[in-house]
Design a protein around this ligand. Sequence first.
Ligand SMILES: [Zn+2]
Length: 117
Amino acid sequence: MSSSRSVYSTDSGRLCPDCNKAVAACICQQQKKLLIKGDGIVRISRETKGRGGKGVSLISGLSLDDDAIKQLSGKLKKLCGTGGTVKDGVIEIQGDQRDKLLIYLSEQGYKAKLAGG
Ligand SMILES: [Zn+2]
């Protein structure tokens, strides 16, 4: 009576280790693609919590690789005449620069919009 292995597979084949659904019905890959690509909209928001002063402007949703994001952040820092950094694919620019960033990114062909507070 040791045929219990078959419990862990189905007629449709292997199970996805992430969602335990049959691989054919798995949506993990699709979700990963969505995560990477996002919805194509670049969001500009402001973060003031624990930052003191004017806080920072955050640009998220960029579907660029690390190098391209660093290059873009350099341009944005120059544009705003301020400092900034990149964290986890999100560009941080010091101060409230949302209007400038929105105009610049729109000019560059990004679908940018203001988000959050
Ligand atoms: Zn899955």
